[in-house]
Design a protein around this ligand. Structure first.
Ligand SMILES: Nc1ncnc2c1ncn2[C@@H]1O[C@H](COP(=O)(O)OP(=O)(O)O)[C@@H](O)[C@H]1O
Ligand SMILES: [Mg+2]
Length: 283
């Protein structure tokens, strides 16, 4: 048996005896992300072409530590490509991308970006429909942790407390034992945000969170995202202008792959260039 196989065997034996709990559930790596300069994300001169078409064109963008930033822009502006670049799904042709002061995102694979503390919420909710709300959060706690994902752990008190805390935050305390498949569309979206929170991300990227939500659900989502800022940096891509207005502090308008305007919602809405781009665009 070679050395690696031997140590994996030892590891499995330890796992069986519940002794690697602390190794596996070590504090999230994001605890070590250096944001001492107050900046969570530095993107500079990012360019990405698809068949000669520049989806991102010399894009420069900074997100502050603990900031809640909204990114808006017409279809095709490059919003999704931007998220893909940050999360390592797409490699840019040029430019630099740093997470805090020390982590070069362009050197990391997609799962490594997630492990370092960048969580991404896709538009369509993905939850384990046949598991309870509580179990969904429990499973999420072990995601991105490699080999041990499928093991049946006994939760320690601290972990159970953390799940309760997240349940409260996402407004699903009363649904903890319900099957996730039985939740409303909005509740599923919150559960997925909760699942991301279980991994304690330092930066959370959220793509069109309120699409398909009722008015009440939209309001609750605004409250949730607002409450996450400070502890996490949150970047929200959204089309719903009323929603953006309700949560926005700083808004970035993307157009043709670069930043067209940045400022408060009032500032960008009154910007003549923004008005021109949006003329006849808004659904
Ligand atoms: N994988 C791809 N292959 C070819 N073209 C792409 C690809 N991804 C995005 N694009 C193009 O890049 C542009 C920006 O797309 P996208 O980032 O999805 O914009 P947004 O999310 O703002 O609507 C669009 O014109 C789109 O067609
Ligand atoms: Mg998109």
């Amino acid at each position: 048996m070679n050395t690696l196989a031997k140590s994996m065997d030892d590891f499995r034996e330890l796992m069986r005896r519940d002794q690697v709990f602390d190794i596996v559930n070590r504090p999230a790596d994001n605890a070590t992300v250096d944001m001492s300069h107050g900046v969570a994300l530095y993107l500079e001169s990012i360019t990405k072409s698809f068949d000669g078409f520049r989806a991102l064109d010399d894009l420069t963008l900074y997100i502050g530590d603990g900031e809640l930033r909204c990114i808006i822009g017409p279809n095709g502006a490059g919003k999704t490509t931007l998220m893909d670049v940050i999360t390592g799904k797409t490699r840019p042709d040029a430019g630099t991308a740093w997470f805090g002061n020390r982590i070069n995102l362009l050197r990391l694979k997609e799962h490594e970006v997630a492990q370092r503390g960048i969580g991404r919420k896709f538009q369509k909710p993905t939850v384990y429909e046949n598991h309870s709300v509580f179990e969904n959060l429990e499973l999420a706690m072990h995601a991105n942790r490699g080999v041990v994902t499928s093991l049946t752990w006994r939760l320690n008190g601290e972990q159970a407390d953390r799940i309760d805390e997240v349940l409260e935050l996402i407004g699903l305390t009363g649904e903890r034992d319900r099957l996730a498949g039985l939740l409303s569309h909005g509740q599923k979206q919150w559960l997925e945000i909760g699942s991301l929170l279980m991994q304690n991300p330092r930066l959370l990227l959220v793509d069109e969170p309120v699409a398909g939500m009722t008015g009440q659900e939209t309001e609750a989502t605004a409250e949730l995202l607002t409450s996450l800022a400070g502890k996490h940096s949150v970047v929200v891509v959204e089309h719903d202008m009323d929603f953006v207005r309700s949560i926005a502090r700083q808004v970035t308008v993307l157009h043709q792959g670069s930043v067209l305007a940045e400022g408060s919602m009032d500032q960008v809405q009154n910007n003549p260039r923004v008005r021109e781009v949006y003329l006849g665009e808004e659904e």
